[in-house]
Design a protein around this ligand. Structure first.
Ligand code: RAM
Length: 528
């Protein structure tokens, strides 16, 4: 389990003007009515020993649903055809004698069919099991229209009858979903690339993004359903190439800048309800990357008012980052805390990557300062950039191994090399050699999240390895497609498909914003 860094003192300084701008940009959600496309049933046959034996699934047309009569322990799985986010209504009736007892149902919602094979009662991860999408529902009087109050993220809905009575049975007349999103799929231009796998990857990316675009850019509509700064930066990039909903990006940037804490730090994530509030979690890298998200937004929109409003916040994050430097001009090693995210990999030492992310953020800061004609800041940042690049080489470059190391144990990881490449500590040709060497050496400390893979693909493209970047996208995101993804996942480690940062894959999110960026790469760098 990651040690959670809870701040001793946490003082929020709301900027009401910024929060008002964000509130005024709150989107009206589009709604779509969706019906299941088919029914799935576990087929149970009896062997000679009379032991029931699972023999896979039987598929049926949706039209068979109202004809079915459900007794105690009967169940059915409704397949909604694609990943959905929204609100479910069920029309239920009884058949037989008068309903002489409440109907008692168990409902489960799953993003992937496999999830239904697991038992939530066995969940023992370290984050709340309340995220598991399941309900127990009593219905006292039938017929009834049951409107479930919660929003679910799912493709499959399982309905199990815990009990009816000996005298009546259940009939499910209809189940309907009101799907919600801030954007509509039809507003996205088709991808102008013929490769069928890349087209699939693009389609799944766009669906992932759409289902995460709600009141804000959520990280995952199943979990955590909130606005994380690191996720926002990547979602916004994908959004600029697809839905182009600039208002939602602007709203999220103002929300972060509207709720700094302590000496001006940005929180790693925000809650929206009952009212906007920052989480008491600071992540060094996420806060620094605010400037990169702001520059992306400005380059897309040329919205000078927003740039002017939010520029001081971006600069403050860099100053705070610089304040952490040791006498040796490096970032201290906080790898035993949840302090600099980088990736969810077990045992990853993030010290060198933290420094690289600081250098990367300074480069973005310089570009912002240039647009603002802020000469003083430009020279201050350039000086720091040069010095930090020197200390990165001095402390973390291992001449013998020709790779960057991190922490007292001199750990070699994929993440460290990738962030040093993105920080442009070396010129492009040397970066290209480094990324190729990393691929060849394949350090044991691997990447596990699509968030880190995004930066890997970025590093390949920036090092002039565009074709290889395409192959790697096909291998990684294509791997999820081949494993049945309708939307891309929070965690995908091709070497360990049961990987979960939380102690159980049951709680992993299978529609996760930070995984949607192939559409950004494909449309920005490869579209005809
Ligand atoms: C998880 C979420 C989120 C991410 C953080 C660091 O809780 O998956 O997307 O940004 O980790």
């Amino acid at each position: 389990m990651a040690a959670v860094c809870i701040l001793d003192e946490f003082e929020v300084h709301n900027n009401e003007e910024f929060l008002k701008i964000a509130e005024d940009l709150k989107p009206e959600l589009h709604t779509t009515t969706v019906k299941p496309v088919k029914l799935l049933e576990h087929v149970k046959t009896h062997s000679d020993e009379a032991e029931p034996e699972e023999k896979g699934m039987r598929e049926e047309e949706l039209s068979a649903l109202p004809e079915k009569v459900f007794k105690k322990d009967d169940s059915i799985i409704l397949d909604f055809g694609d990943h959905q986010v929204g609100y479910v209504t069920m029309d239920l009736e009884s058949t037989g004698s008068h309903q002489d007892a409440p109907l008692y149902l168990y409902l489960r919602f799953a993003e992937r069919l496999d999830e239904l094979d697991s038992d939530p009662a066995e969940y023992n991860g370290w984050i709340s099991k309340s995220w598991l999408q399941q309900e127990h529902v009593h219905v006292d009087v039938l017929p009834a229209r049951v409107e479930l109050p919660r929003r679910y993220a799912f493709r499959y809905m399982e309905i199990k009858v815990i009990d009816v009575s000996m005298k009546f049975s259940l009939v499910i007349r209809d189940v309907t979903l009101k799907a919600v999103s801030a954007v509509r799929q039809e507003d996205v231009e088709p991808l102008a690339i013929d490769d069928p796998m890349l087209r699939k990857i693009d389609r799944v990316s766009v669906r992932t993004l759409q289902n995460c675009m709600q009141d804000v850019f959520e990280d995952g509509p199943k979990r955590d359903r909130r606005l994380w700064l690191g996720d926002l930066r990547l979602q916004a990039r994908a959004n600029y190439q697809t839905f182009k909903n600039y208002d939602l990006a602007k709203r999220c940037l103002y929300l972060f800048a509207g709720m700094p804490f302590n000496e001006g730090k940005l929180s790693a994530c925000l809650f929206l309800d009952p009212k906007p509030e920052p989480d008491d979690t600071y992540l060094f890298d996420y806060a620094l990357l605010f400037g990169s998200a702001l520059l992306d937004y400005y380059e897309e929109t040329k919205d000078e008012k927003t740039l002017k409003d939010l520029y001081p916040t971006a600069m403050r994050q860099i100053e705070i980052g610089l304040d952490y430097l040791t006498e040796d001009n490096i970032v201290p090693d906080h790898s035993d805390e949840f302090w600099c995210f980088v990736d969810w990999g077990d045992g990853l030492n993030s010290q060198a990557a933290s420094l690289a992310i600081l250098i990367y953020s300074i480069r973005y800061g310089i570009r912002l300062a240039q647009i603002m004609n802020d000469e003083e800041r430009i020279s201050f940042l350039k000086k720091n950039e040069d010095e930090l690049k020197k200390s990165a080489v001095e402390y973390f470059w291992d001449e013998e191994q020709q790779m960057f190391v991190s922490g007292a144990e001199r750990q070699i990881s994929w993440a460290t090399q990738i962030w040093m490449i993105l920080a442009r500590v070396f010129p492009q040709e040397k970066n290209r050699e480094l990324i190729l060497r990393t691929i060849e050496v394949n350090p044991d400390i691997r990447m596990v999240t699509p968030y880190m893979y995004h930066h890997y693909i970025d590093a390949l493209i920036r090092s002039g390895e565009k074709e290889r970047a395409l192959d790697e996208m096909k291998r990684y995101w294509g791997g999820m497609v081949n494993d049945g993804a309708d939307t891309f996942w929070e965690v995908y480690n091709p070497d360990n498909k049961d990987e979960s940062p939380y102690g159980s894959v049951m709680i992993n999110s299978y529609c996760h914003a930070w995984s949607c960026t192939p559409t950004y790469f494909l449309r920005k760098f490869y579209n005809a």
